[in-house]
Ligand binder design. Structure first.
Ligand code: ADP
Length: 398
């Protein structure tokens, strides 16, 4: 049984076809520049040559049509007909407060995605286009929405409500939602299995450290807190996002520089984080590390601040759960940056965390990286959001 996983952006569409018998990727690919001149489909069937189609894609419906043609192509294809695709799983950013679990798409689900355009202005419209394109091209095929916000919906009120007048929650659903939810759900679940932890009660902290970065605390796989908020801007220092900041900074800079709040938010989202702190070196952690090695002081401070913020959140979440059984690192930096993992864990001696340097000397592979006598299991668990979406889709449609 095969599941097609789709992740739509406003001008892009990423896909993976996964064989659920062994959870292997049969083919994957990307449509770029949808609705823009120079559209291109890059199709990669596993074990075969890459296949590139350069053809106009005025909208997502045409893009999906081309993806299905590529999947069934006599030479580059991997299925004989779309009958072999059991269902389609879609990454959808925001479900507001309506859904706390993945769901088979119907008219109500589409209405909720539309109602949340305000909360996810860049993603929700594109996600809906992807769903409607699949409905048009494969009528009758089940589509499943897997929400990035679902994992955070189990947070208690004390964790998700902001300390602002309550009327704003009632009027506009202003609260902390959390993002990267599919990754946190997947990695916390895998950490419990891989670490042989108690599935009902294990206290797990997941550090999803990529260009976007967030951290979650969960008990028995249920989120109790997570660092992103109403938007992905809150929490950790990221590639270009500031994370936590005193909101008065915004008023001060707006007044001094004569800019408005929209421009300020653009600065906090796109020009801050390690990019901004390093004085513009880069948003890419590899560049920051190279600059630091060459003696760039601001790059050094940016990296130290990033590590310090992660360590502070781990401390806070350990307190929130009154303990921690496992800490799992994932995403680009978490999976690949040996030195940053070590530096974060050096803050955690008081918890009895001990890293095994040989075990930690690894990239992108599932492994326990703490020493045998560490009081907390520290793990590297590569994230796999597509597989998580495929599993949810299978669960809801089989
Ligand atoms: P996103 O999905 O949020 O765009 P990723 O999870 O792909 O981000 O992570 C990208 C980040 O991972 C980049 O900043 C990159 O520098 C970092 N990264 C990748 N490999 C390494 C490495 N070997 N050492 C340090 N950072 C790395």
């Amino acid at each position: 049984m095969k599941i097609l996983v789709i992740n739509c952006g406003s001008s892009s569409l990423k896909y993976q076809l996964i064989d659920m018998n062994d959870e292997s990727v049969v083919a994957k690919g990307l449509c770029e520049r949808i609705g823009i001149e120079g559209s291109k489909l890059t199709h990669q069937p596993t074990g075969k040559d890459k296949y590139i189609v350069e053809q106009p894609m005025p909208d997502h419906k045409v893009a999906i049509g081309l993806v299905l043609e590529a999947l069934q192509d006599a030479e580059h294809g991997v299925v004989k007909s779309t009958d072999e695709i059991a269902a389609v799983g879609h990454r959808v950013l925001h479900a507001g407060t309506t859904y706390c679990e993945s769901i088979v798409v119907n008219e109500d689900v589409k209405r909720v995605i539309r109602e949340c355009f305000d909360l996810g202005p860049l993603h929700n419209p594109a996600n809906l286009m992807g769903i409607e394109a699949c409905e048009a091209v494969m009528p009758g095929k089940a589509n499943v929405a897997v929400w990035d916000t679902a994992f955070g919906m189990s947070m208690p009120e004390k964790a998700y409500l902001y300390a602002i007048p309550h009327e704003y929650y009632e009027k506009y659903s202003i609260r902390r939602y959390g993002f990267h939810g599919t990754s946190h759900m997947f990695v916390s679940g895998e950490a419990i299995k891989f670490g042989k932890l108690d599935p009902e009660n294990a206290k797990v902290i997941v550090c999803h450290l990529g260009n976007g970065a967030s951290i979650s605390a969960s008990i028995g796989g249920k989120c109790v807190d997570t660092s992103m908020g109403l938007t992905p801007l809150e929490g950790l220092i990221m590639g270009t996002r500031s994370g936590d900041i005193d909101p008065a900074v915004c008023q001060f800079i707006c007044n001094k520089e004569g800019i408005d709040i929209n421009e300020m938010l653009n600065i906090l989202n796109k020009k801050s984080g390690v990019l901004g702190m390093s004085g513009g070196v880069s948003s890419d952690f590899r560049d920051i590390e190279s600059a630091r090695a060459e003696g760039n002081h601001l790059a050094d401070v940016a990296l130290q601040a990033f590590i310090y913020r992660v360590a502070k959140y781990i401390g806070a979440y350990t307190a929130a759960m009154n303990g921690v059984d496992a800490i799992a690192f994932t995403a680009g930096v978490g999976e690949n940056d040996i030195k940053s993992r070590k530096a974060i864990c050096e803050y955690l001696g008081y918890l009895g965390v001990k890293i095994d340097d040989d075990a930690n000397n690894i990239r992108g592979e599932r492994r326990v990286i703490s020493a045998a006598d560490s009081k907390v299991k520290v793990m590297l668990i590569p994230t796999n959001e597509e597989l998580a979406i495929a599993r949810e889709t299978l669960r809801l449609t089989k």
